[in-house]
Design a protein around this ligand. Structure first.
Ligand code: SF4
Length: 191
């Protein structure tokens, strides 16, 4: 299986993990955290179908401008089998892989979600845990709630890169205008 369902792509973003990254929002999430900012990404049959090879070709077009890829959504591990070759392809190109998941690392390591062990083996930074609207994150970049954990699985992404330093803005928000005029927003969903 090489067809992935995706909700969105940002070819070059500085709002979804360390440095400049190629971000893929996958379509489909059965976790359904109350207060999730992406409920339009819940339906696994929504979004758009894309072949892994197409996605890698699109990544190649911006390869010199990004240091890694970020997988988020939606729930990346619900399409683990298809994302694994994409993540592997990114690494073969010398890029790092970051992923945001509502599952916990322990469950992924135990392969409780089919294919999760293989995808995990291709990830350098995993941010895990279901979003908790009552515990908003105030001290770290990129995560939505304070319960979520940063796991540096390989040493290819620097430990502590998520911590905010005095004077640094708490949140990054990016607005993008597509050639057809459509406006998309990423980083922090609501002001
Ligand atoms: S795991 Fe992520 S996408 Fe899924 S409901 Fe929770 S916050 Fe939303």
């Amino acid at each position: 299986m090489t067809t992935l369902r995706i909700a969105a792509i940002a070819d070059v973003t500085e709002a979804e993990g360390p440095g400049s990254r190629f971000a893929v929002w996958v379509q489909g999430c059965s976790i359904r955290c109350p207060g999730c900012c992406n409920p339009h990404m819940f339906d696994p049959s929504g979004g758009t179908a894309v072949e892994v090879e197409e996605l890698l070709a699109r990544l190649d077009r911006v390869r010199g401008r990004v240091e890694g890829v970020t997988l988020l959504g939606g729930e990346p591990f619900e399409q683990a089998a298809v994302l694994t070759p994409f993540a592997r392809g990114a690494r073969e190109r010398g890029l790092t892989v970051a992923a945001f998941t509502g599952h916990r690392l322990e469950d992924l390591r135990a392969d409780r979600i089919p294919g999760s062990g293989e995808l995990l083996a291709e990830i350098d930074l995993l941010v895990d845990g279901a979003y908790q609207a009552g515990r908003p994150e105030t001290e770290r970049r990129w995560s939505g709630s304070a319960n979520q954990r940063f796991h540096f699985l390989t040493g290819r992404i620097s430990l502590g890169v998520e911590n905010l330093h005095p004077g640094e803005p708490e949140r990054t928000v990016e607005l993008r205008i597509a050639p057809d005029g459509a406006l998309t927003r990423s980083g922090w969903p609501e002001p």
